[in-house]
Design a protein around this ligand. Structure first.
Ligand code: ADE
Length: 258
């Protein structure tokens, strides 16, 4: 038996936050079928004081608290190397058996932060080709800069707004990436013929009933003329994209002759 196509580890101080998203149908089924492995770890397992604190006041002063680098280094080294928290908690250097270490060779490790590179479909496709992803969810005013440099391999933002923490952003990345893993979404066509993959927003869809409160389904869709349906959909997608997201159209490579 082969292992899952993609293993995702999440580090967060709110592990139960992920109970809902991960137990919903498609992701739960994909993990039950062994296509995916999703593991959520509580960062506080690597705290060493009796309050299990993971943050401290910022050097140089200022409001709020900053998440501690030592806790993040030890947590990441345990997760990367599949070691239990007890092996790395409280250490001031990696354990001798660690193959992956902070600042050295390590799996793709994504820190969710509003200052990261903007997440998009192309990035989701790139992440979906990895065997393994580690997602780091920050909280509070920020994370010690050494974590950004030595633990993360990528810094990713899900948009130009500030969330309370990285959990919602991590869930967005998990959904966008896992649905690209073969077998997670039943119909392969449904992940390719859609918004962003083609560089256009998706065309409008209709289903039964044909007439609802005086609102008709466009006639061409029931015509049985497949060529006409395809042309109508392409035209709709172009018009919609020009109106709502002209930036996407500008990004498209110019078409050559023919
Ligand atoms: N954490 C807080 N805001 C965020 C954002 N916009 N993207 C990713 N992580 C975040």
């Amino acid at each position: 038996m082969t292992g899952p196509a993609l293993v995702i580890d999440v580090l967060t101080i709110f592990p139960s936050w992920f109970d809902g998203p991960l137990s919903t149908s498609l992701l739960a089924r994909a993990t039950a079928e062994g296509r995916l492995a999703l593991r959520v770890h509580d960062l506080r397992e690597w705290a060493t004081d009796r309050h299990r604190s993971v943050d401290a006041p910022p050097y140089g002063g200022g409001p709020g608290m900053v998440m501690r680098a030592d806790v993040w280094f030890n947590a990441a080294e345990a997760v990367w190397n599949d070691l239990p928290p007890t092996v790395t908690a409280g250490r001031d250097r990696p354990p001798p058996e660690a193959r992956y270490v902070a600042g050295g060779s390590r799996p793709r490790t994504i820190l969710l932060t509003p200052r990261g590179d903007r997440f998009d479909q192309a990035m989701a496709e790139q992440f979906a080709r990895e065997p393994r992803l580690v997602l780091l969810c920050g909280r509070y005013e920020g994370i010690d800069e050494r974590v950004h440099h030595e633990v993360a391999t990528d810094e990713v933002s899900v948009g130009d707004y500030v969330l309370l923490g990285g959990e919602v952003a991590a869930a967005a990345v998990i959904e966008a990436v896992t649905r690209l893993v073969p077998g997670v979404v039943g119909n392969a066509g449904s992940t390719t013929d859609e918004s962003f993959t083609s560089g256009l927003l998706e065309y409008p869809q209709y289903t039964r009933p044909a007439r609802l409160r005086g609102l008709e389904v466009p006639e061409v869709l029931a015509s049985g003329d497949h060529g006409a349906v395809r042309r109508w959909r392409e035209e709709q997608a172009r018009t919609l994209t020009d109106r709502r997201r002209p930036d996407l159209r500008a990004e498209q490579a110019p078409r050559g002759p023919g």
